[in-house]
Design a protein around this ligand. Structure first.
Ligand SMILES: Nc1nc2c(ncn2[C@@H]2O[C@H](COP(=O)(O)OP(=O)(O)OP(=O)(O)O)[C@@H](O)[C@H]2O)c(=O)[nH]1
Length: 641
């Protein structure tokens, strides 16, 4: 948020805090207080870490990277990328909260191991370094914790020994003269056998989930005509362009939010003198729902028109918009670029430091081909045609140079605040010079990219949670490639645990199967929740993705690149890595090599680089779309070769 401006969220929080304050006294009484279990607290999601937004380097203004070449590669190298999210460990069994981790005093052995010295002459002990101390943290690792939990489900070694001893005692009292092979001897043998720890528990047989052997591709083709088109859209634009207001308006006009809720927001907003925030708060409301639990990816705002179902990826307006947007763009069918047409504002967004260009370039490099430019706040410009044309002309030029084909770019004059030309035609005579579609009509004509539904399944986990009593392990996400059906055996890469698909929900409706493009919840059997992490890629067990430790990528540089440390983002997943080699720079026109082994790669250049992952191999494969960041800046975006 910019300084000097009350943010929407801050304003909403202020209004709500007032109401909450009245309840505090009540809540403060121990009787009234509700005990929150540790498990509950652990199961709450943590907010994404804040990251700063990048400004476009001056060099990029003169040299606008053309992404079309890169895109060719993206298009030609299906399977499309599995995308998404930084790895977040899902809540595991109750354990200490991170900031409550205890540090135990190192043992004498540990001291000797870590070379702790005692300066006898001076009687001064050398301090342990932080890294040494972490060795002593009492924080069970996730796997160890699961094993510990499972270990208590079976008799302990002591229990087994005691049981065997008591049996053998019984023999000595009563078993005199018994022959080997008699029942008593057999029982001793049994007891001794039982000493093999781990073999003693009788695990219930895993439930068998029948596979209906559905020909999903054929079923999908059959059902196509009956279905509404399903598309994901990402909303981008400079700060204050009116993104939230416009999306709130869309949700309101399409009936997602009822009149009463809007009135409530209006009243709250008026009380703090910001009545225009009411529509933007609609997004915040759904954001709260997201915090409460079940979410489908980052997509929580969805609306329907007579011809389509649309999911808005991301709640715009946050400071850490870029990382969120990367996640959103990786899954978007198209982008809505919101532009503030008021005097000086379009220019501010379009200049070197503006986000208009950066956002557009990013979505393009993440594979988004279709962009709808909402020329917004035209009410403030008295619906001036000249202003609209001026913006259209400058933006068209930029977007085509950035790699969008002219046929995939459209411009809609509108006002999110008044609602003119969003879901309804503008008031009579308001835009006499315009006879084109409304924003919603334009969305309806924007066909989502055809998905590869017959290819091997790839779905990045967006969320892991308990889906109810009968569904103890549920994951959600958007199927990126392929299809899935009830009874399928899946695997969450980079892990190696298998699970069976017990149930599927597509857009919250139970279904026997789902295909690429569907936002789904998968209810799983035969797996512990702890083995599933946000950012893992779900594959069919017989065609898993092989995680990569090192790979080549064709990238578009946004900053100057040398062999350097970087963060690799694949949607929300991110991990540390290193550019180990600059392989070549490429011609942006025809993709041919212009220079082998360059010493550095300049901003705006297309290049091939070699990247090594610092930690464990990452769930990436040929065609995966990645973004490279360094020191909080987006330095490049591209595709795994
Ligand atoms: N007159 C007019 N004002 C608008 C319009 N759309 C948004 N605004 C106002 O512009 C300001 C910013 O709108 P937001 O919707 O918060 O913009 P945003 O792009 O979501 O802002 P950030 O999320 O902070 O980047 C608010 O005061 C809105 O009421 C519009 O079409 N016309």
């Amino acid at each position: 948020m910019q300084s000097g401006k009350t943010s929407k969220l801050a304003a909403l929080a202020k209004a709500r805090n007032k109401a909450k304050a009245e309840k505090v006294a009540e809540a403060a009484s121990p009787a009234a207080g509700t005990a929150v279990s540790l498990l509950d607290r652990l199961s709450k999601k943590k907010p994404d870490p804040l990251q700063t937004t990048r400004e476009i380097p001056p060099s990029m203004v003169s040299e606008v990277p053309n992404i079309s070449k890169l895109e060719q590669v993206v298009e030609n190298t299906t399977p499309d990328s599995p995308k998404n999210e930084p790895v977040q460990n899902t809540p595991s069994i109750p354990g200490p909260e991170p900031d409550a981790l205890l540090k135990a005093s190192p043992s004498g052995f540990a001291k000797s191991m870590f070379g702790r010295r005692i300066d006898e002459a001076f009687g001064v002990e050398e301090e342990f370094t932080d890294s040494q101390l972490t060795y002593f943290s009492i924080a069970p690792t996730q796997k160890a914790a699961i094993k510990a939990k499972q270990a208590f489900d079976v008799p302990s070694p002591d229990d087994v020994v005691i049981a065997a001893q008591s049996q053998s005692k019984g023999i000595s009292k009563t078993g005199k003269g018994e022959k080997p092979g008699s029942s008593t001897t057999a029982s001793i043998q049994k007891g001794v056998e039982a000493l093999k720890v781990g073999d003693t528990s009788e695990k219930p047989a895993p439930p068998k989930i029948p596979r209906k052997k559905i020909d999903v591709v054929a079923e999908y083709e059959k059902s196509k005509s009956k279905r509404k088109e399903n598309a994901n859209l990402v909303v981008i634009g400079h700060v204050d362009a009116g993104k939230s207001t416009l999306m709130g308006r869309l949700l309101y006009d399409c009936g997602v939010v009822d009149e009463r809720t809007i009135q409530k927001y209006k009243q709250e907003a008026e009380k703090i003198g910001k009545s225009s925030f009411a529509l933007a708060w609609v997004l915040d409301q759904t954001g709260e729902e997201r915090a409460r639990g079940v979410t489908i990816d980052i997509a929580v705002n969805a609306f329907e028109t007579p011809r389509g179902r649309y999911t808005i990826l991301d709640a715009p307006g946050h400071r850490d918009f870029i990382p969120n947007m990367i996640a959103g763009a990786a899954q978007a069918d198209f982008a809505v670029l919101v532009i503030d047409s008021s005097p000086g504002e379009f220019e501010a967004g379009f200049n070197v430091r503006g986000q208009t260009k950066e956002h557009a370039l990013l979505v393009r490099s993440m594979g988004v081909q279709r962009i709808i430019v909402a020329v917004n706040k035209l009410d403030l410009m008295h619906w001036d045609k000249e202003r609209f044309d001026e913006i259209k002309q400058q933006m068209s030029q930029f977007l085509t140079t950035a790699g969008f084909q002219a046929k995939n770019v459209s411009f809609i004059p509108c006002s999110g605040l008044t609602g003119d030309n969003i879901a309804r035609k503008p008031a009579d005579g308001l835009i006499s010079w315009y006879s084109g579609p409304t924003l919603v009509e334009e969305l309806e004509t924007a066909k989502p990219v055809t998905k590869a539904i017959e290819k091997p399944l790839r779905m990045t986990i967006a969320d892991v949670y308990r889906g109810g009593v009968t569904n103890p392990v549920t994951i959600s996400g958007r199927i990126e490639i392929g299809n899935i059906q009830v009874g399928d055996t899946i695997i969450a890469v980079p892990g190696d645990e298998k699970a069976t698909v017990k149930g599927i929900e597509v857009d919250n409706q139970a279904a026997d199967w789902a295909v690429a493009g569907n936002n789904v919840q998968l209810h799983l059997a035969n797996i512990e929740m702890e083995y599933l992490k946000i950012g893992d890629v779900i594959c069919q067990a017989d065609s898993p993705l092989v995680p990569l430790k090192e790979f080549e990528a064709k990238i578009l540089a946004f900053e100057s690149l040398t062999p350097m440390m970087i963060d690799i983002h694949r949607g929300r997943l991110n991990a540390s890595g290193r550019i180990t080699k600059l392989v070549a720079t490429l011609d942006k026109g025809n993709g041919s090599v212009t220079k082998k082994k360059p010493r550095h790669i300049g901003p705006g250049s297309l290049a091939v680089v070699n990247i090594a992952v610092t930690g464990a191999p990452l769930p990436l494969e040929k065609g995966s779309k990645i973004v490279l960041r360094a020191d909080g800046l987006t330095v490049a975006a591209g595709v795994v070769e």
